[in-house]
Design a protein around this ligand. Structure first.
Ligand SMILES: NC(=O)c1ccc[n+]([C@@H]2O[C@H](COP(=O)([O-])OP(=O)(O)OC[C@H]3O[C@@H](n4cnc5c(N)ncnc54)[C@H](O)[C@@H]3O)[C@@H](O)[C@H]2O)c1
Length: 358
């Protein structure tokens, strides 16, 4: 088991990464105080892992709130339903919420924890690769509105994250691969060795080798930890975590969030952003090709969908909420393994990068 500290002063917390961690409660149970607990999970994850988690908590006061599966459940209605559930169970400020599931459960449970009685403790048990390497760490919590994803939320750090890589064995193939795109993103923005490792271990990646996954998740969490410790509220360097995301969000939005998983859209976005970086002369030629080759070996998409119009993509990128008003801020590469924040790309150059990705 690896233990990574997220260093945020009084709000610091450990992330535990290992195999069979849900079963081996001795590693994490002592870190959860003897207070009433409320598990948040969904109908897909509950039959797989809820019993194991509940078993580990025998003797504690435990309530369970189970939602239907899906991104659509990260809704205001379910947020309200969860608050009413807590009220009905008499949950007080000393309680602790436990999020057992992917990013949807983590984000919703986190936002409930952020706002219930002005903020209570919560622990993340992420069960998707995306949630283990990204969503469960860093304290961003949110729900969606019909007007857009993640429009309402809060920064609220968990008090512990327990990432059991064995839970990744039951993930759908597509969900797993989409998570690998996020791992590769850390390589592209700050870890050339991680890219080499993934290139060498393509077969083991497909086999979901536990030792390799512990390594990849730990390295990813370390990267997220150091970025978040430096810039908790995304005033600067944290924005580099959005590499591939401006293009990716535009692709997702223009396909109604139904055709691509987030990680798949980010995969295409990373290739487009690499083309733009090369074209701008920020990084040497070959980065886009190498990234694209590895993504393809991982069975991820790398080309811009033919039916998406370049103008529509550009317009959609201008609306990206991560941009500062008035500038189109993009995360580009100085090299494969080193990102930079760029505000100087012209529409024509972005247009060309999109076309190079077709
Ligand atoms: N807070 C953050 O910093 C942050 C970062 C990235 C993404 N997010 C959010 O995370 C969400 C996406 O997360 P996600 O990709 O984990 O999606 P998800 O939570 O919808 O999980 C994907 C699917 O896998 C299922 N699942 C979960 N664990 C499983 C397991 N072990 N075995 C089998 N199936 C399992 C889920 O029920 C779901 O059907 C989005 O809402 C996004 O906005 C948040």
């Amino acid at each position: 088991m690896n233990r990574i500290e997220i260093a945020l002063g009084q709000r610091s917390y450990p992330v535990l990464v290992g195999a069979s961690l849900l079963d081996q409660a001795q590693h994490w149970l002592p870190l959860i105080p003897p207070v009433p607990l409320v598990i948040f999970t969904n109908e897909r994850v509950a039959p797989l892992y809820l019993e194991t988690l509940r078993g580990a908590l025998t003797g504690r006061e435990v309530h369970t709130f189970i939602l239907p599966d899906g991104e659509a459940e990260k809704s205001f209605a379910n947020y309200q339903g969860a608050l009413e559930f807590l009220a009905q169970k008499g949950i007080r400020r000393d309680a602790c919420l436990l999020a057992l599931g992917g990013g949807v459960i983590g984000d919703l449970c986190g936002f409930v924890a952020a706002s219930w009685m002005r903020g209570i403790r919560f622990v993340q048990f992420p069960t998707t690769l995306l949630a283990q390497v990204d969503a469960s760490v860093g304290g961003k919590t949110a729900i969606n509105l019909p007007a857009g994803k993640n429009l309402v939320g809060a920064f609220h750090q968990p008090s512990l994250v327990v990432a059991d890589v064995d839970t990744l064995k039951t993930l759908d193939e597509r969900e797993y691969r989409a998570g690998l795109a996020e791992v590769l993103k850390y390589g592209a923005i700050r870890d050339p060795e991680l890219i080499e490792l993934m290139e060498q271990q393509v077969t083991a990646l497909h086999q979901r080798d536990a030792a390799l996954l512990i390594d990849l998740v730990s390295r990813s969490v370390e990267h997220k930890a150091s970025v978040v410790a430096e810039d908790e509220r995304e005033a600067g360097v944290r924005a580099t975590l959005n590499f591939g995301h401006s293009f990716g969000h535009a692709i997702e939005a223009l396909t109604d969030y139904t055709r691509f998983l987030h990680g798949e859209a980010v995969a295409i976005g990373m290739v487009a952003a690499s083309h733009l970086s090369e074209q701008r002369g920020l990084c040497a030629a070959g980065a886009a090709g190498r990234l694209s080759q590895l993504l393809q070996q991982l069975n991820l998409p790398v080309t811009m969908p033919a039916d998406l119009d370049t103008d529509d993509l550009l317009e959609c990128m201008g609306l990206d909420k991560k941009n500062m008003t008035g500038t189109r801020r993009l995360i580009l590469l100085e090299a494969l393994g080193r990102a930079c924040i760029d505000s100087d790309s012209r529409d024509e150059q972005i247009r060309q990068a999109i076309d190079e990705t077709r």
